[in-house]
Unconditional design. Sequence first.
Length: 128
Amino acid sequence: MARKKSVPLTEAEQRLMEIVWTLGDCTVGQIIDAMPAADRPAYNTVQTIMKILETKGYVRHRADGRAFIYTSIVERAAAARTALSYVIDRFFGGSPARVALNLIGDDRLSAADLEALKRLLDEGKRER
């Protein structure tokens, strides 16, 4: 059966995926153990989110006795591209140029960031 199209991760789902991407194959218990003690959700909560991630096509599991071992089937970079595409479509009318213009006007970009963007734009102009 073909994997379902990945949809953007919620904040809670991304927190768990970051752990799965770091640990590789892991159980719900190992995911919980990897979280800061103050931020640990209940076992059932993590288990439910992992089922959602499997439905969304981000992970798969295999049984090992009574435990499920979860494995990522979407790389972090692919998840980032999915999230970025979602933001571009939803907030910028599908226009990457509008995103770029918004970023350029953002105070968080350093002079070095702006210079790197300028170089990339210049290189793109020469290739056309």
